[in-house]
Design a protein around this ligand. Structure first.
Ligand code: GUN
Ligand code: ZN
Length: 438
């Protein structure tokens, strides 16, 4: 048995603070001790409460730090890490000019996919992100690449072969049959390995035939352990095109619903332009939204209405959506989510933002029974954040009078420099190299 303990400011959530105002949803310790045993959370409490458990343990004292559960990125494209920050007009223009050519670039190169996947995962860890729901490309070997690299790092990660059989360059097309067969082979190949999960991943309605979408629905129905991951209502031109391609459907969401793709295991990225009826349908189905604010601003897609989604009782997580998103850092997603909500006349409380980036994300991608908070028995994926990572952060955070004020300044000013160390299942997976304040 190996027991370790960390003493610091500590924050985690037992529930959504926006929905559950009762005490106990937010667990904030000015001085707490997190006890980890054999890669899992053993206990959390004040130093006095943890005295017995830590009697023979060399407690790591982390002053000027905050320990939180690892961030969860609920929507990101790993091959696009190589074209992040590419200038474009809007979603469809950007896809054609940058995203598709970059993904074609992996078609014949297994080594390149493995290298990109490894770099991407190390960047996640450097940013304090311990789990993600990931788009590879249409090519099956890119799924093997991300899974094998995640397995090597013992990360809890979900991905699945992108399915796309129409309206894209030939080098990115599969067929309805081959996408079904290849997805099934990959599900069977990777099922039960390490901490990996599979998501059936039709890219979006614009690049799938009705037959392919129905095949994806069959995969979902036949494999109760897999998720469904796609894009929905990101951009107004995309929505118009979806309605042209599927004239019998009542709405964009209805296209997916008719194919059997809407259910409690479905995660839809963006959802910027939902109707009230679509929000109700998503809520009734128990589906989740990956809110990707840096991407929505970068592509000019629109302003997600988080208050409406919360009011409708939809599960929400935050996604970086790199490469349309401009950063892998959950700090960027939280601060841009705050600003997008401001533009919608709603102020996102820092507790809510940190909830979305941790337990909310874990719930959205169905890994909350393993990770997302510090409930005893959960896998010990966590990050140590440096509250004095830069001279400005040190100065500003020292002036915070309350935990909430500190947290808000941290989410607005923080970035990868604030991630001092990242732990995967209790083991150190990343330690910041640079000297303090650099
Ligand atoms: N919709 C379909 N494909 C993509 C993609 O790669 N990025 C984003 N942001 N939206 C998409
Ligand atoms: Zn995306």
């Amino acid at each position: 048995m190996s027991r370790t303990a960390f003493r610091s400011h500590i924050l985690h959530f037992n529930d959504d603070p926006a929905r559950n105002a009762a005490a106990g949803a937010v667990m904030a310790y000015d001085d707490g001790v997190l006890v980890v045993e054999d890669g899992r959370i053993a206990a959390l409490g004040t130093p006095e409460e943890m005295a017995d458990l830590t009697r023979d343990v060399d407690v790591q004292h982390c002053p000027d730090s905050l320990i939180i559960p690892g961030f969860i990125d609920t929507h990101v494209h790993y091959p696009q890490i190589d074209m992040i920050g590419s200038y474009g007009k809007d979603l469809l223009d950007w896809l054609g000019h940058y995203a598709f050519p970059t993904e074609i670039g992996l078609k014949r190169f297994k080594d390149k996919a493995i290298d990109t996947a490894g770099f991407f995962l190390d960047e996640l860890l450097r940013n304090g992100t311990t789990s993600a729901l990931v788009f590879p490309t249409v090519h099956a070997h890119t799924v093997d690449a991300i899974f094998s690299q995640a397995l090597k790092r013992n990360m809890r990660l979900i991905a699945g072969k992108v399915m796309m059989d129409v309206h894209a360059p030939d080098d990115l097309l599969d067929t309805a049959q081959s996408s079904y067969d290849d997805s099934l082979s990959l599900i069977e190949k990777w099922r039960g390995k390490g901490r990996l999960g599979y998501a059936v991943t039709p890219r979006f309605a614009l690049t799938s035939s009705p037959e392919q979408l129905r095949g994806a629905g069959d995969l979902l129905a036949q494999n109760p352990d897999v998720l469904l991951h796609t894009h929905l209502s990101e951009n107004t031109k995309e929505i118009a095109r979806a309605q042209e391609l599927f004239p019998d459907s009542d709405s964009y969401l209805d296209i997916y619903q008719r194919a059997g793709l809407l259910g409690p295991r479905s995660i839809f990225a963006h959802c910027v332009h939902l109707t009230d009826a679509e929000r109700r349908t998503l809520a009734n189905a128990g589906a989740a939204i990956a809110h990707c604010p840096t991407s929505n601003l970068f592509l000019g897609s629109g302003l997600f209405d988080i208050a409406a989604a919360q009011e409708a009782n939809i599960t929400i997580g935050l996604g970086s959506d790199v490469g349309a998103g401009t950063s892998l850092s959950a700090f960027a997603s939280m601060s841009e989510a705050y600003k997008v909500a401001q533009m919608r006349g709603h102020s996102l409380h820092p507790y809510e933002a940190f909830y979305l980036a941790t337990l909310g994300g874990a719930r959205a991608v169905h890994i909350d029974h393993h990770v997302g908070n510090f409930a005893p028995g959960k896998e010990a994926d966590f990050v140590v954040l440096d509250l004095a990572a830069t001279p400005l952060m040190a100065r500003r955070l020292a002036r915070a009078n309350t935990f909430e004020e500190m947290l808000f300044a941290l989410m607005i000013l923080g970035d990868d420099r604030a991630v001092k160390s990242t732990y995967i299942a209790g083991a150190l997976a990343h330690e910041r190299q640079s000297a303090k304040n650099s």
